[in-house]
Unconditional design. Structure first.
Ligand code: PLP
Length: 456
């Protein structure tokens, strides 16, 4: 039987990893191999157990073991392991899940289309916006607005929407038609003396200026995460969403809200849209939809949108879009069970209760000389590391301060993710208990001490 050491070598020699430095992987092999998980803990190749401070990739809402989800998967595999959703064909679980999702949407939605990942859901939405605009006799309405630091996925269109330059570089991307606004990171980008509300008004003015310059009739949609995730857990500042939504309403812009990370409890609300009082015209979700036990995403929109799409489908004969595994029965069965579990354990109530401990603990880290800012909501917090708290000066990126804190936390028993240059995105599984939060925070504080002492 293969040993872990030999598998580490196989991985180094044969497996290509995304979002990974390829040369480093070629030289060093996997940074870590995760072998098992239970509760909020993962076990790594060296036999240690670590608290997962990043929920896998913001997705393992119920942690790493769940009998009900495993049984739901097994039941469905025994009954119907696959059925397509092309050509008007369906199966009971996907029909039940579609109805369930529209009933629980943050604002009334009518139609759901399933995909396999967050990227695919956002990519499909871009296509559907263009498709719909052609049906409405507005083929010029193709411009998509999003924000720097936004993360919408990696397919060609979704990555063009993403505001992550390293995901565009050397791919010849983004495509044309994709426009960007500033990220609303108040701590980092406010002008001296500017209040959060003033900063928010400035962000909204930037948005309005771009809309006017582009021409509102050329804009297909504004895409946004309620709270930016892949960009480093950036809590929108006070007044931000009110000001941005005033521009959306004034120019009648389609507002797509990406709930891939915020959806299903991360913020202490079912949806990020509820947490920040957003009025989306359409929305995408994934990750905690199946508690990460199965790759599945969903795209929701309203009836008038569907009616427009129908006109094009009449003309072409079909909606010319879909994936083999869209609406997979095993994924749908797991998603339905996950939603039942969320209800049965009162997940939202739990997140609200434990988030007090979590957020106050994160706030307390602000006393640490390395921490310039710590803001969050629910079980979702962004921590910014700085050289000088007053001037917000950053460390030289070559020092890799975020990476070092991540590594020191790892050594201490907390699995974390640093986002270059120096942000920590802290988002444990939603089932985490207060004592585990205390343990995670203590490890993080110690990691900060270690790195600070080294830098000193
Ligand atoms: C907000 C958001 N949208 C979309 C995506 C893309 O999802 P996926 O990786 O499932 O394609 C991600 C991934 O992390 C995300 O954070």
């Amino acid at each position: 039987m293969a040993t872990l050491d030999s598998l580490m070598a196989e991985d180094r020699d044969h497996h290509v990893h995304g979002q990974t430095n390829l040369r480093q992987h070629q030289q060093q092999g996997p940074a870590v191999m995760v072998t098992e998980g239970h509760g909020v803990y993962i076990k790594t190749d060296d036999g240690r157990e670590l608290i997962d401070g990043f929920s896998g990739l913001g997705c393992t809402s119920l942690g790493y073991h769940n009998d009900r989800l495993a049984e739901a998967a097994k039941r469905q595999m025994d009954t119907l392991p696959f059925a397509p959703t092309f050509y008007g064909r369906s199966h009971p679980k996907v029909a039940e899940l579609a109805a369930r999702l529209v009933r629980m949407a943050a604002v009334p939605m009518d139609r759901v289309m399933f995909q396999c990942s967050g990227s695919e859901a956002n990519d499909a939405m871009i296509k559907f916006l263009w498709y719909r605009n052609i049906a409405r006799g507005q083929p010029q309405r193709r411009k998509l607005i999003s924000r720097w630091k936004g993360y919408y996925g990696n397919t060609v269109a979704a990555v063009s929407l993403s505001g992550q330059p390293h995901m565009h570089a050397n791919f010849g991307l983004p495509m044309d038609d994709f426009l960007k606004l500033s990220t609303p990171n108040y701590f980092h980008f406010h002008i001296a003396g500017e209040t959060e509300e003033e900063f928010s008004a400035r962000m909204a003015q930037e948005f309005e200026d771009l809309v006017v310059e582009t021409g509102p009739d050329n804009i297909a949609a504004f895409f946004a995460e309620p709270m930016q995730s892949g960009g480093g857990a950036i809590l929108p500042p006070r007044g931000y969403w009110q000001a941005m939504q005033r521009v959306i309403r004034k120019y009648d812009i389609h507002f797509h809200v990406d709930e891939v990370v915020c959806g299903f409890g991360r913020t202490g609300y079912w949806w990020g849209a509820e947490a920040f009082n957003l009025q989306p015209d359409s929305t995408s979700c994934a990750k905690a939809l199946t508690a990460a036990f199965f790759p599945m995403s969903a795209l929701m929109f309203k009836e008038d949108f569907y009616q427009d799409m129908m006109r094009n489908s009449d003309e072409a004969g079909v909606l010319g879009h879909g994936f083999t595994y869209s609406g997979h029965p095993v994924g749908a069965a797991i998603a339905l069970e996950a939603l039942d579990i969320y209800r049965d354990i009162d997940l939202i109530g739990h997140v609200r209760r434990v988030s007090e401990r979590f957020l106050s603990g994160c706030q307390a880290l602000m006393e640490h000389p390395l921490v310039g800012d710590a803001r969050g909501i629910g079980l979702f917090c962004g921590i910014e590391l700085v050289k000088d708290k007053k001037t917000r000066e950053k460390y030289d990126p070559a020092l890799k301060v975020g990476q070092r804190v991540q590594d020191a936390a790892h050594a201490g028993g907390l699995y974390l993710r640093s986002i270059p240059p120096d942000r920590i995105s802290f988002m444990p599984p939603l089932i985490i208990e207060e004592n585990e939060i205390d343990d995670a925070l203590a490890i993080l504080r110690k990691a900060l001490d270690i790195v600070y002492n080294e830098l000193d």
